[in-house]
Design a protein around this ligand. Sequence first.
Ligand code: ARG
Length: 459
Amino acid sequence: TKQKLWGGRFTGKTDPLMHAFNQSLKYDQRMHAADIRGSIAYAKALRRVGLLTEEEEVKMTQGLETVGREWATGQFQPAADDEDIHTANERRLSELIGSLGGKLHTGRSRNDQVATDMRLWLLSEVDDIESSLKGLVRIMVERADKERDILLPGYTHLQRGQPIRWSHFLLSHAFSFRNDLERLQQLIPRISVLPLGSGALAGNPFSIDREFLAKELGFASLAENSMWGVGDRDFIVEFLMWSSLTMTHMSRLAEDLIIYSTAEFGFVTLSDAYSTGSSMMPQKKNPDSLELLRGKSGRIFGDMAGFMMTLKGLPSTYNKDLQEDKEPLFDTVDNISASLKIAEGVIATMEVHGEKMQQALTMDVLATDLADYLVRKGVPFRETHHVSGRAVALAEARKCQLNGLSVQDYKGLHEKFGDDVVEVFDFEASVERRSSIGGPSRKTLDRQIAVLRAALGQK
Ligand code: ARG
């Protein structure tokens, strides 16, 4: 009868429900390539300390490559007793190369193995995620570059505030993602730490060359403490936190665009490719893509919060609770990867309605500029703010806009108003005056675009 890898000290059988409860293969099999890579490197290291002959190493490596190919081509046959990807691969290796397979795990534990696999796997996912995030920022920058003539009201409290450029709005979100990109890049060195050679907890007794292993597997550094090496999952927590924050930015962008895509605003129209209809109301075109982006942010935050809860209170080193790192991590990776690509598609294909934005530009959004006009004539801002407010009230009472009041009216409100007050009522001029770094003027937009392109590694 077949034995579990750890079956030596057992006489009783595992309860079937317990077996299923314990089994992680259904989800950790996605790390099959990382697991094989780690084992091939470990076989090399075993040979270097004389625990395998050269011939044995070659045989073992070929066996591992065969197992890897079986996974890659969908031919791997899991056995009922395979607990996880590590035991599955070792079981299959021994079927292929016989008792020599039993030498692979010398000095190694699944504890240093699984931590190594997770880090290797995540490093390659982070690489893809970084590309997708850059893709999203790139499309925002491209649109901003092309669409700088479009003006619209900028909002605070969702109330019209001051005129801005559409490009300025887009880039405000792009700058959040620029910081996310920076934070993701800063995470990489802390993921790229090799646990292999930490054993179960107390290190490796066979003088395994861990620096060689790190080089072989492309790790930037080594776990300097074996107990830490097998027990640390902070790299997962950090990635989940990063994802939660990035998705919070995604959610805010989505919320803006959902509002802007309503008939009431009409600033943007999502392409059909990223919208869906209603099963009952024939006229509906719903921004489901954006709503899912907004919704996924909650789920990803939940993955993070749930896993933090798993870690809290654990004793040192490895405990089986740590197997619960996988599903939240995989779920987050899948969902943030898809979200970044969907967001890029939404932004690339949505229609922007400059005329609707123009229509939303009512003269009241120039009330600050009206106050600033008097400031330029030497009146203290606190006073000009009040005068401009009186002008707003007067226009409201007359049911006209600010530029519907006569120069005489203005002179009645403050003696410093002159005939040139009419020049205030120009949205383009208002935006262009905001040319200090960070403002929406053409010149400062150029600068924003240059900063973002540099972050993307573009010229
Ligand atoms: N499947 C396990 C996990 O994902 C592998 C490590 C098991 N180690 C152990 N001592 N039971 O955490």
